[in-house]
Design a protein around this ligand. Structure first.
Ligand code: NAP
Length: 250
C-alpha cells in the first residue's frame, strides 16, 4: 500500500479523472475527502463504492473558486482526519468553443475554476503541510497548457492551464523543502469533458498519438499515485505529460 494512513483531498472527485484518482488513492490505503460541486449522486455513489471496498472517505460539497467553500473543504478534512498529506487540484471546466464564440463570463468562470481554484486550495492547504513538514500537491493541468496545437483555439482553457503550469513551479519553489508540487498534463482522456469531439476528430487524435489510443482515467490516476507517494520524493516543479506520446516534440 503506497498511501497507508495518508489523507488526501481530491477536488472535483464526483466524475471523470478525479473520481478515478480518489478510488486509486483509497485502494492504496488513503483516507479521501471527495469534493464535488453539482454531482451529489455521483459523489455519493463513489463514497459508497470506496466504503464497500473497506476504504474511508467523506463528501464535501464546494466550489473551488470560492474561498469560503475551500475553507470548508479543508476544515471538514482536518476535523475528520486531523492532517492533510495530499492535495489533488483536479476540478476543472472546459467550454470547448472558439475564441469568437465564448463570452467574458465563460472566460471568468474558466480562469476562476481551473486557475484560481488551484491557487485557493493550495494556499489553504500549504500551511498545514508545512507544519507537518511533508505534503504533496498535484495539479491536474493539461497538455493544452504546454501549447499543444490542437488546443490553441480554446483561448480561455489554454490560458487557465498555462497559468496552472506557472503556478505549479512558483509553489514548488515557495513550499520546498517540505512540500512537493507537481502537475500532470494529460492529453485527451475519455471523460465527459471530451464529449464535444466527433468520431473523425477522435480518429485524427489517435492517429497522431504514438501509443495509438485515447487515454483512460486510470492512466492519469496511476501518474497521480506516483506523485502522491514516497516514490516521487525528489521530484518537484515538474510538468508530467500523460498523453501517449502525443505532443512530446513540442
Ligand atoms: P469531467 O469529467 O467533466 O469532471 C469534472 C469534475 O470537476 C467533476 O467532478 C466536477 O464536479 C468538478 N468541478 C467542476 N467545476 C467545479 C468547481 N467549481 N468546484 C468543484 N468541482 C468542480 O472532467 P475530467 O475530464 O475528469 O477533467 C478533470 C481535470 O482534468 C480537469 O482539470 C481537466 O481540465 C483536466 N484534463 C482533462 C482532460 C481530458 O481529456 N478529459 C485532458 C487534460 C486535462 P461536479 O460534477 O460535482 O460539479
Amino acid at each position: 500500500m503506497l498511501l497507508e494512513s495518508r489523507t488526501a483531498i481530491v477536488t472535483g472527485a464526483s466524475r471523470g479523472i478525479g473520481r478515478a484518482i480518489a478510488k486509486k488513492f483509497s485502494s492504496e490505503g488513503a483516507n479521501v475527502t471527495i469534493n464535488y460541486n453539482n454531482s451529489l449522486q455521483d459523489a455519493s455513489s463513489l463514497l459508497k463504492e470506496i466504503e464497500g471496498n473497506g476504504g474511508r472517505g467523506i463528501l464535501v460539497k464546494g466550489n473551488v473558486s470560492r474561498i469560503e467553500d475551500v475553507r470548508q473543504i479543508v476544515k471538514d478534512t482536518m476535523s475528520t482526519w486531523g492532517r492533510i498529506d495530499i492535495l489533488v487540484n483536479n476540478a476543472g471546466i472546459h467550454y470547448a468553443v472558439d475564441l469568437f464564440e465564448h463570452s467574458e463570463e465563460m472566460w471568468d468562470e474558466t480562469i476562476d475554476v481551473n486557475l484560481k481554484g488551484t491557487y485557493l486550495c493550495s494556499k489553504e492547504v500549504a500551511p498545514i503541510m508545512l507544519r507537518q513538514q511533508k505534503g504533496k500537491i498535484i495539479n491536474i493541468s493539461s497538455n493544452s497548457g504546454m501549447y499543444h496545437p490542437s488546443a490553441m483555439r480554446f483561448a480561455e482553457y489554454v490560458s487557465s492551464k498555462a497559468g496552472v503550469n506557472g503556478l505549479t513551479k512558483a509553489l514548488a519553489l515557495r513550499l520546498g523543502p517540505y512540500v512537493n508540487v507537481n502537475a500532470i498534463c494529460p492529453g485527451a482522456i475519455q471523460t465527459d469533458m471530451n464529449a464535444f469531439r466527433d468520431s473523425e476528430a477522435i480518429k485524427a487524435l489517435i492517429e497522431e498519438t504514438p501509443l495509438k489510443r485515447l487515454g483512460v482515467v486510470e492512466d492519469v490516476a496511476n501518474a497521480a499515485l506516483f506523485l502522491a507517494s514516497d516514490l516521487s520524493d525528489f521530484i518537484t516543479g515538474e510538468l508530467m505529460l500523460v498523453t501517449g506520446g502525443r505532443g512530446m516534440h513540442q
